[in-house]
Design a protein around this ligand. Sequence first.
Ligand SMILES: Nc1ncnc2c1ncn2[C@@H]1O[C@H](COP(=O)(O)OP(=O)(O)OP(=O)(O)O)[C@@H](O)[C@H]1O
Ligand SMILES: [Mg+2]
Length: 226
Amino acid sequence: MDELTALVTAENARRVFEPGEQGVKSATFTIEANTSVAIVGPSGSGKTTLLSMLGMLETPTGGKLDILGRDALSVSPRAVAHARRAEISFIFQAFHLIPHLTVEENVTLGLHRQEEKKVPRQAQVAAHLAALGLTNHSDAYPRTLSGGEQQRVAIARALVREPRLLLCDEPTGNLDSANGAIVVDALLSSVSPTTAVVIVTHDEELAARCMRRIRVKDGLAESVVS
Ligand SMILES: Nc1ncnc2c1ncn2[C@@H]1O[C@H](COP(=O)(O)OP(=O)(O)OP(=O)(O)O)[C@@H](O)[C@H]1O
Ligand SMILES: [Mg+2]
C-alpha cells in the first residue's frame, strides 16, 4: 500500500447533473502522496463538486476516477463507507459540529476504534487541540465559540484521524489572517509520505503555499504549473 504514490488518478472524470447544469464536465489530473494541492477557480466553476467526487460523496457519471485504489464509478457503498471512515476526511464549508458535545468530545469523534490503540486517544486529541490553539476551549460547547473557533474544531476533528486524503472546502473562508495562518500551518504540516491534502480556496496566499495546483474553469479541471 505504501508503494502507491498516486492517491488519486482522474481521467476525463465527470459529474453531470441535469442537462444544462454544469457540475464537472471533465477532470484530468493525478494527486500524489506527500503533496498539498490547491483547487482554484471562479465561483460556480465546479470546485465543490470536484471535491465531493474525491471524497466519494458524488459518484462520477463518466470517465475514470481512481481514489486510494478504488474505482469511484463502481465502488460499493460498503467500500465507500469504509474509505470515509478510515482513510478520507472531509472539512466542509459548514462545519457540522455536534452542539451538545464539548470541543474535546467533538474532536474525539474524529477518531475511530482502530486508531485508539496507536496513541492514547486523549493525548492525540490534546495534541491536535493545542496545534489549533483550542486547548483553553476543550470543555466549551460549540455555541459558546466564535465561527472561526468552531471551524478550527472541525479541522482538529478531521486531522486527528490522520487520513490519507484530507479534503477541505474553503477552510480559511471564515477566518482572520492570524487564525487562517494557524489552520494553514496545521493542514500543510499534516502532509506525510503516505498522505495528501487537497484544499479548495479563493485565497491566493494559501494556494501559493500548496505544492500543486488544480485549476477549475467552466467545469473543466486540470493540473497547472503554479
Ligand atoms: N446537486 C446539484 N444539482 C444540480 N446542479 C448542481 C449541483 N451541485 C452543483 N451544481 C452546479 O454545478 C456548478 C458547480 O457548482 P459547485 O458548487 O461545484 O461550484 P464551486 O466552484 O464550488 O463554486 P463556489 O466557489 O461558489 O463554492 C454550479 O453551476 C451548480 O449550480
Ligand atoms: Mg464551492
